[in-house]
Structures are given as C-alpha cells and as structure tokens.
Design a protein around this ligand. Structure first.
Ligand code: PGA
Length: 254
C-alpha cells in the first residue's frame, strides 16, 4: 500500500540513554501522518521499543543477516529483530553496499528472508556519482531492482518500501534536485510495472534519501512521485526531525 512515510536512520549514533531521550521527544511532538519509522542501532532497539509503545511511531532496524539462527558470529537474525520489537528493516543501504561489500545477491536473500519472517523491508537503491556522470543512473538502478527482487512474487514485492538514495547525496549536504529524484522514482515505478505488470509500481511507497534537511523537504515533498523520506543526519536532533515531518505533512496536504 502506498503511504506517506518518514524514516529516521540513526546509523551508528546514539547510546541507549541518548536514544531514549530523542525517542521521547519525538513521541511527544509527532502524531499521525506522515508515518514515522525510527531505526536506532541494535543496542537501543528494545529500549526504544518500550518508549514507542502506546504511540503511532514505529520501530525498524538498520540491518540483519538472513538466517534464522546459527554459527554466524556478530550477526543478528530476523527472529531477534522481531523479538526486540522491530517491524521494519533497512536493506541494501549504500553504506552496507559500499563499506561492507554487500552485493545484490546478498541483498536479495535478505529481502526474501525479511518477508518470510514478517519484517517489512525498506529496500535502498541508488547510483554513485560516476554512474550518473557516465549516464548510467537508470542501468544501475534497474540492475539493483532486478537482482534485488529476483524470485520474489508480486504479493511479496507489494509489502516492500523502496528508498531511492543517490550515493552522492548521502551525508554530503548536496541533495538531489526534486526533479532529479522524481525522475528516478518514476523510472523505478516503470521498472516495477515492467517486471510485475498491472501498474504495481504505482502502489509502492518510494522514499527519497540523501541530505534531507529542514530547508529542502518541502520542495522534495511537493513532487507527487516522492512519498516521503529516509533521513540520516537531520534525524539525530529532535527539533530538526520534527520540523522535517511537519513540512512534509504540509507539502503532502495530510
Ligand atoms: P543523510 O543520510 O540524510 O545524512 O544524507 C541519508 C541516509 O543515509 O539514509
């Protein structure tokens, strides 16, 4: 189902106490749509889950390994994520792809596992600056989608949230122009329509991510192709994230 959503990706920031303080502030100031999904580090998941109980704010994780259990030192399973209260998980973030070497094949296994274990994936795709400069943006995104969603049924793909995050825009302060993001989102919808037919692409929530700030969310949010955002740096302070949420709300008239 296509929804308006704002995801807070805390990355490797916030101790448990710092996370609780931030989540309490967000809970107090945010209510209703756009929907909020907070993705703290693993160590703070259960604590933040407790803070968010009795609120509409939802909990997600930033990563996991696809097996249910086993000898996988240092990894976290989907069962463990659910146990800690996570309903969503970010999969294929460019930092996982580029720093930790995650390729489309692994990302595909994670997407399948998340769905099987009833955790909703937030599936990230996006090109590097050299891809864009070489005119390869669409080819790169198409490959990430085709290989990422390999062997997945239409019914399961319908449960996925997609985040378009151009790598050159993440953490750089240089966001994609609303038109650039909108064009990429349209291309993603067309690709899904080609793969699954019957206008599936129009029913999928597609978020933009990459240097979202208080002063650019309104213009991004006004684009009808953009259903919301995945926010990194600007999600670490209560006031700035609340302002982004309010501005997205007004841009979407909800
Ligand atoms: P940023 O991060 O908002 O700090 O650019 C976005 C992301 O990595 O999802």
């Amino acid at each position: 189902m296509r929804e308006k959503i704002l995801v807070a990706n805390w990355k490797m920031y916030k101790t448990i106490d710092e996370g609780i303080e931030l989540a309490e502030c967000l809970k107090e100031k945010i209510n209703g749509r756009p929907k909020i999904i907070i993705c703290p580090p693993f160590t703070a998941l259960s604590n933040i889950n407790e803070v968010l109980s009795n609120s509409e704010l939802e909990l997600g994780a930033q990563n996991f390994f696809y097996e249910k259990q086993g000898a996988f030192t240092g990894e976290i399973s989907p069962i463990m994520l659910k146990d800690a209260g996570a309903k969503y998980v970010i999969i294929g973030h460019s930092e996982r792809r580029n720093i930790f070497g995650e390729a489309n094949e692994l990302i595909n296994k994670k997407l399948i596992s998340a769905i099987e274990n009833e955790i909703l994936p937030i599936f990230c795709v996006g090109e590097k600056i050299e891809d864009r400069q070489a005119g390869q943006t669409e080819n790169v995104i198409k490959r990430q989608i085709l290989e990422g969603l390999k062997n997945m049924s239409r019914e399961n793909v319908e449960k996925i949230i997609i985040a378009y995050e151009p790598v050159w825009a993440i953490g750089t302060g240089l966001n994609a122009k609303p038109e650039q993001a909108s064009e990429a989102h349209k291309f993603i919808r067309e690709t899904l329509n080609e793969m699954y037919g019957d206008k599936l692409g129009e029913n999928i929530t597609i978020l933009y991510g990459g240097s979202i700030k208080e002063d650019n969310i309104e213009d991004l949010g006004k684009m009808k192709e953009i259903d919301g955002g995945l926010v990194g740096g600007a999600s670490l302070k209560c006031d700035s994230f609340v302002t982004i949420w309010k501005k997205l709300k007004s841009a979407k008239n909800i």
